[in-house]
Design a protein around this ligand. Structure first.
Ligand code: ZN
Ligand code: ZN
Length: 345
């Protein structure tokens, strides 16, 4: 019996139509971009088209229904009655197709995402491996020459290192943001030539067997002006304060507040304009979240980032991000590359 399906069933009041491909993957280990999974009290039905039929037939514990090219046309013919759907994963057009077929549609959010937030040992091991590769990449990357190269060149070099060191793919388009570019949290690499005596925010991660890693380090290209040097130390203290709170039962809001207080206390509060962290797994951003309005309570085997940042407009940015597993005891920090300020060439 599939334990994930069993757990999901216990939370349902009516059959659930799962249409987020990542959730289908999580529940029955089946990958398709054109898929739906009906989880009912006594059966699981997998809907997908001809291209995926062979793999779909091999899925244990699920009946397979081969659909038209549009899954929803077939669903409209075959489903009836009261059915819950994933409100964040069904387009309005597809909702209309089902509704016009007379199905009574009940919106639900987070049913599968709540399960995904708590990893099993195998998932943690996979993420640990992705984080280890990321650490190795950071160590190798710090040996590169930064000054006089463009952010694009450095980003490309880092991407190569990920592939050379065993990643299946990148988690996201990686960030190499020097000087002024680094003052925006998601500054994409540009053709800016990296200057001496500034910060370079590097945010990157990779995917191993579908699971992501996520890590940010901020490098210095020589001696930093006082305000950036100071921002680095404050950000590091905030990051450590956030890590202290990553225990079961603590709310995402309280963890965020602990880190934010350190930055607030030195008058830089408004320079930290995003949340402290997000869950990581099959998706780069998933439950739980740590930000001021979060009501999520941390649980054992959540995998979450801790990533305060300080962004000084027109001058530069600092962010330090670890990937962490919540445990009964001390949090397990998966990102092991040093958080001391590293000066690059
Ligand atoms: Zn990141
Ligand atoms: Zn992140």
């Amino acid at each position: 019996m599939n334990e994930r399906i069993a757990q999901l069933r216990r939370s349902l009041d009516e059959p659930l139509l799962v249409t987020a491909a990542v959730n289908v993957r999580y529940l029955v280990d089946f990958q398709s971009s054109n898929v739906a999974l009906l989880v009912d009290e006594d059966r699981v039905v997998l809907f997908t088209d001809f291209r995926y039929a062979e793999a779909a037939r091999a899925v244990e514990g699920a009946e397979f229904v081969q659909t038209e090219r549009s899954v929803y046309a077939t669903l409209a013919e075959q489903l009836e009655g009261r059915i819950a759907f994933e409100a964040t994963a069904l387009t309005y057009a597809n909702w209309q197709t089902l509704r016009n077929a007379g199905i009574e549609l009940i919106p639900r959010t987070g049913a599968v995402e709540r399960l995904r937030a708590v990893k099993d040992e195998a998932e943690v091991a996979t993420i640990r491996e992705a984080a280890r590769i990321t650490d190795d990449v950071y160590a190798a990357f710090a040996e590169e020459a930064f000054v006089c190269h463009t952010e694009h060149e450095l980003a490309w070099r880092m991407e190569q290192l990920f592939h050379e060191l065993g990643a299946h793919s990148l988690s996201f388009e990686l960030i190499v943001a020097s000087g002024r570019t680094g003052a925006t949290p998601h500054g994409r690499p540009t053709d800016r030539v990296i200057e001496p005596n500034t910060t370079v925010v590097v945010d990157a991660g990779c995917v191993v067997d579908g699971y992501h890693s996520d890590c940010t380090r901020t490098f210095a290209t020589g001696e930093l002006p006082d305000e950036l040097a100071n921002a680095y130390q404050v950000c590091l203290r905030a990051q450590l304060a956030g890590l202290e709170l990553l225990h079961p039962g603590v709310s995402g809001a309280d963890a965020d507040a602990a880190a934010r207080k350190v930055i607030d206390d030195v008058g830089l509060g408004e320079k930290f304009g995003h949340g402290l962290g997000h869950g990581v797994g099959l998706e780069l951003h998933e439950a739980p979240v740590a930000r001021p309005e979060s009501t999520d309570l941390l649980q054992v085997r959540n995998v979450i980032t801790c990533e305060p940042g300080i962004y000084l407009e027109g001058r530069g940015g600092v962010r330090i991000e670890d990937l962490v597993v919540v445990t009964e005891g001390e949090p397990e920090i998966l990102s092991r590359y040093t958080k001391e300020l590293v000066t690059v060439r």
